[in-house]
Design a protein around this ligand. Structure first.
Ligand SMILES: NC(=O)c1ccc[n+]([C@@H]2O[C@H](COP(=O)([O-])OP(=O)(O)OC[C@H]3O[C@@H](n4cnc5c(N)ncnc54)[C@H](O)[C@@H]3O)[C@@H](O)[C@H]2O)c1
Length: 312
């Protein structure tokens, strides 16, 4: 790949918004982008933290401004800050998030929806406001922060549901936005930050995380994805420290019943629950095609790889 040969990813002339950049990973992303020449909008509802992050950037010779709008209710204003301050927008890192734990049926509805909204309404609102400017950039980059929580963590249903929504949005948006020159990628990071500081009480785990996955360790990956020469379309990555991998949905082996009756499925439960070779799906077309060819093998010749793409 072209970018593997690069020695220096430079962001001169680029403008970035990082949401939730007052602390944790967001602050580190903002600092790294600024250290390489990007002019950065440091967004956070915690204005004091955002100001501290901006001071760190400017003291190091970078350019950044504070924006304390709320991603849920004031997304267009965040984009406007970039335009008013720097006249353009090339990169958005949708990083703001909150979390709280409690059983689904015990958590106050307001709390549940607040967690969900910061993630989903935040990403949707900021991305919608940003898209025309990312398109105008010619090499727009949109990076959405999801979580491996999409695979389930008890007592974290609002967060996980929201992060799954961000994941699904990203897969679809990546395909749509590619046609207009904007690269959309989704990250499932792991890092020791104020958000996760108390989630791992075991000191051995926490010490290992402090060394291997400090908040700053994800920023190099974000910065690589944010660069105008990076061409990675429609992917989701797990990223933890110096380790990363692509994420896909995997299906266990399929089975068929003789007739579609509840009794046939009841008799087949054991077979259905057996693990086996996995099939990886990156999008709905791959899953749809795989299911249809399994049922009607003659479709193998007929079904296009993008069978579930209704935009054609
Ligand atoms: N830390 C991890 O291991 C981990 C794992 C998976 C995903 N994530 C995700 O990564 C992102 C960053 O997480 P972190 O661990 O650095 O968290 P963090 O709590 O340290 O930082 C999140 C920041 O978002 C800000 N924020 C919250 N609501 C906001 C709003 N409405 N508008 C603007 N800013 C708002 C907070 O003030 C805070 O500064 C989050 O989206 C989080 O869900 C983190």
């Amino acid at each position: 790949m072209e970018q593997l040969k690069m020695t220096n990813l430079d962001f001169n002339g680029r403008v970035a918004i990082v949401t939730g950049a007052g602390q944790g990973m967001g602050r580190e992303h903002a600092k790294m982008l600024a250290s390489r020449g990007a002019r950065v909008v440091v967004n956070d509802v915690n204005a004091a933290n955002a100001a501290e992050a901006v001071a760190e950037i400017t003291n190091a010779g970078g350019t950044a401004v504070v924006d304390s709008h709320n991603v849920v209710t004031e997304a267009p204003e965040i984009v406007q800050t970039a335009l008013d301050s720097f006249g353009q927008l090339d990169i958005v890192v949708n990083n703001a998030g909150i979390n709280a734990f409690g059983r689904f049926w015990e958590m106050e509805a307001d709390t549940w929806w607040r967690i969900f909204d910061v993630a989903v309404k935040g990403v949707v609102g900021v991305s919608r406001a940003a898209m025309p400017h990312l398109i105008a950039s010619g090499t727009g980059r949109l990076i959405n922060i999801s979580s491996n929580g999409v695979m389930g963590v008890p007592t974290d249903s609002a967060y996980n549901a929201a992060k799954a929504a961000i994941w699904g949005l990203g897969i679809t948006l990546a395909a749509e936005a590619r046609e207009v020159g904007v690269q959309v990628t989704t990250l499932m990071p792991v890092a020791l930050t104020p958000m996760t500081e108390d989630a791992f009480p075991n000191p051995v785990i926490k010490d290992a995380m402090r060394t291997t996955v400090p908040a700053s360790s994800v920023s190099a990956f974000v910065t690589w994805l944010a660069h105008q020469d990076t061409a990675v379309f429609g992917e989701t990555f797990e990223i933890a420290g110096v380790a990363a991998g692509r994420v896909a949905i995997a299906g266990m082996p399929r089975m068929k019943v003789e007739a579609p009756t509840p009794e046939s499925w009841a008799d087949s439960g054991e077979v259905l629950m057996k693990d086996g070779e996995l099939r990886a799906f990156r999008n709905a077309s791959e899953s749809f095609r795989d299911q249809m060819v399994y049922l009607a093998p003659e479709l193998d010749e007929v079904l296009p790889a993008n069978a579930a793409d209704v935009s054609r």
